[in-house]
Write a protein that binds this ligand. Structure first.
Ligand code: ZN
Length: 379
């Protein structure tokens, strides 16, 4: 337990504390002590309260659930004004006919308003941290101007839209610049079969984008790959070897891309997180909905590819992990966010459940958090 002056501490107690720590501990009558913007203690209510008898304040959670804030690892904040402009079209039409014309006509003021709206909707679904792709500007200028601003809450990464509009020089210089500045790279990778076919045809390789990126030594642990739907087994191995992280966006994949091998990536040890993607890829901006969809879609995919059912595929615990601690790892911030642990930042999320439903439960199961919450849309 970290040393904290009791009269500066607030103790949240009497809740179900879902820590998402290394042991995935859950305290049914749990508490979290907060000092400044950091967690000073986590544990059973009786233990935490007795550790801070002179706490500045105590808050009775009355059985509410306390979780780490959710991490949404793939968003386009500047696309928030474009909801509904690109339904029922293929990705190339989506890009060329709808999104690029929209984005190329945006002013900075439009982008600012779009980002504000997007932020409001993200917060409403419990997202405390997001990784977004913005309109292209000088990325090094953005980094110098804004990296580590807002009390360290803003970090600037480099964005590469996709391999179809990136030269080898751009890819490799971005890789080197990110390494030098100790920051990350966010890029759409292996979204559709056409992308892989184009890369095979123009680069003379036997599979798609991931094979080529591995060949040119682009893959690194600071790379966050969005979507990554069309990967074969060796390519999952390339991601694992380089410790590349993935953002799985279930709704967007179902609209435009296809079934991602999420279960195979997770089984092999690849860090897979969750994202909503932008408004015109999803028409909503709720990470809770994405958790619900990830559970269902990946169970359905198992039945489709194996010919039999597997209800254990992507269980609720795994999906909650994807939305919290895996998200934090994907954005290289798990030393401060993604779980309720001593020393981490205080961005928890309280979720209210019906007491009647909850009292009847003999044990706490994360499925009880996910499914009742999303079906009622109480947020
Ligand atoms: Zn995207």
């Amino acid at each position: 337990m970290a040393a904290a002056v009791a009269d500066e501490v607030t103790v949240l107690h009497g809740g179900v504390v879902v820590t998402m720590d290394g042991g995935f501990r859950v305290f049914r009558d749990g508490a979290v002590a907060v000092a400044g913007d950091r967690i000073a203690a986590v544990g059973p209510s009786a233990d935490v309260l007795s550790s801070f008898p002179g706490a500045a304040s105590t808050v009775d959670l009355a059985g509410r659930i306390l979780l780490p804030g959710f991490v949404n690892t793939h968003v386009h904040t500047s696309q928030q004004l474009a909801r509904g402009i690109a339904d029922d079209v293929d990705l190339m039409t989506w890009l060329h006919g709808r999104i690029w014309p929209y984005e190329s006509h945006m002013t900075e003021e439009d982008s600012y308003a779009s980002t504000l709206l997007c932020g409001i909707e993200l917060i409403r679904s419990g997202v405390s941290m997001t990784s977004c792709i913005v309109l292209p500007q000088s990325q090094k200028d953005l980094y110098e101007k804004h990296h580590n601003t807002a009390d360290g809450r803003i970090r600037i990464w480099f964005g590469l839209r996709q391999i179809m509009n990136a030269t080898d020089r751009l890819l490799l210089e971005t890789r080197d610049a990110a390494q030098k500045l100790n920051t990350g790279i966010h890029m759409h990778i292996a979204e559709i079969p056409y992308e892989n076919e184009l890369v095979m045809r123009t680069k003379g390789i036997d599979h798609g984008t991931v094979t080529y990126l591995e060949k040119i030594d682009f893959l690194r642990s600071n790379l966050l790959a969005a979507h990554s739907v069309w990967l074969n087994k060796p390519e999952i191995g390339h991601f694992l070897k380089a410790d590349v992280k993935v953002s799985h966006c279930p709704a967007s994949a179902m609209r435009l891309l296809g079934f991602s091998p999420v279960r195979e990536m997770l089984d092999s040890g690849v860090c897979v997180s969750l994202g909503t993607d932008g408004a015109p890829s999803n028409n909503r901006m709720s990470i809770v909905d994405e958790m619900y969809l990830a559970c269902l879609i990946n169970k359905g995919r198992e039945a489709y590819i194996t010919g039999t059912t597997n209800p254990t595929a992507l269980p609720a615990e795994t999906v909650l992990k994807m939305a919290t601690i895996n998200g934090a790892k994907a954005v290289l911030w798990d030393n401060e966010i993604g779980s309720l642990e001593v020393g981490k930042k205080v961005i928890p999320l309280a979720v209210i459940l019906s007491c009647v439903a909850f009292d009847s439960l003999m044990t706490i199961n994360t499925a009880h958090i996910l499914f009742p919450y999303s079906s009622q849309n109480p947020y």
